[in-house]
Design a protein around this ligand. Structure first.
Ligand code: ZN
Length: 221
């Protein structure tokens, strides 16, 4: 005797369909083609004078609660090496780089997308396409004062969803705009490009040659 009645079979089918559908929606897009091997480097291991303020490991972020369990920052090696060079170039001017975020697991990009309103979606990446952060080739950063160690005040706050975040925003003080532009000039002279809606976000050249990843910080040696 078959203990699975047609009705039960139908219920099992529906449940398995829902399980598969929901797991598809929480997985990174599948990318075809050839990609470089990932070589994520922990930034402070290359240069201890890079300062970290990993907002996503704190409650001081757009989610209002930590999304990282470890306050660490990584980039693909060529991008990380370029960053060290920029940090060196800034030192004679009295500044250092303050890092907010580098490589970001895809699951976190998905979370940001899901909680962000439609009108603010331009400030977050669509998980269907993944983010350049997911490839280990984007960095969110600002400057700190070498003498005081304090964060430099820019035209707007990190992750602020307003026009003050645009790199060509004309408001703020002259000093704030000059320092924002100094950061951009140094970054762009070393292979990075600013994102048109965020003065703090830069993509490294060749980002498309690396895959979207979902590896968690705790798994990176
Ligand atoms: Zn970013």
């Amino acid at each position: 005797m078959n203990k699975f009645t047609p009705k039960l079979m139908r219920i099992i089918f529906i449940i398995s369909f829902l399980v598969v559908a929901s797991s598809c929606a929480t997985k990174p897009p599948i990318e075809k083609g050839n990609f470089k091997n990932s070589d994520l480097v922990e930034l402070v291991k290359l240069d201890t004078t890079l300062h970290l303020d990993i907002r996503y490991a704190t409650s001081n972020n757009l989610v209002g609660q930590p999304v990282y369990t470890e306050a660490r920052a990584f980039l693909q090696r060529p991008a990380a090496e370029a960053l060290v060079k920029i940090n060196d170039e800034l030192k004679p001017l009295g500044y250092g780089l303050l890092i907010f975020d580098g490589y970001r697991p895809w699951s976190v990009t998905k979370l940001f997308w899901d909680i962000t309103s439609k009108e603010n979606k331009k400030f977050v990446a669509n998980p269907k396409e993944g983010s350049r952060h997911n490839r280990g080739c984007a960095i969110d950063l600002s400057l700190y004062d070498l003498t005081t160690g304090k964060e430099i005040q820019m035209t707007g706050e990190y992750d602020e969803m307003s026009e003050r975040s645009y790199p060509n925003y004309k408001g703020g003080t002259t000093e704030q705009r000059e320092l924002r532009d100094l950061l951009r000039t140094k970054m762009e002279a070393n292979g990075f490009t600013v994102y048109k809606y965020e003065w703090w976000h830069f993509d490294f050249q060749g980002w498309e040659t690396y895959r979207i990843q979902n590896i968690q910080f705790s798994e990176i040696k």
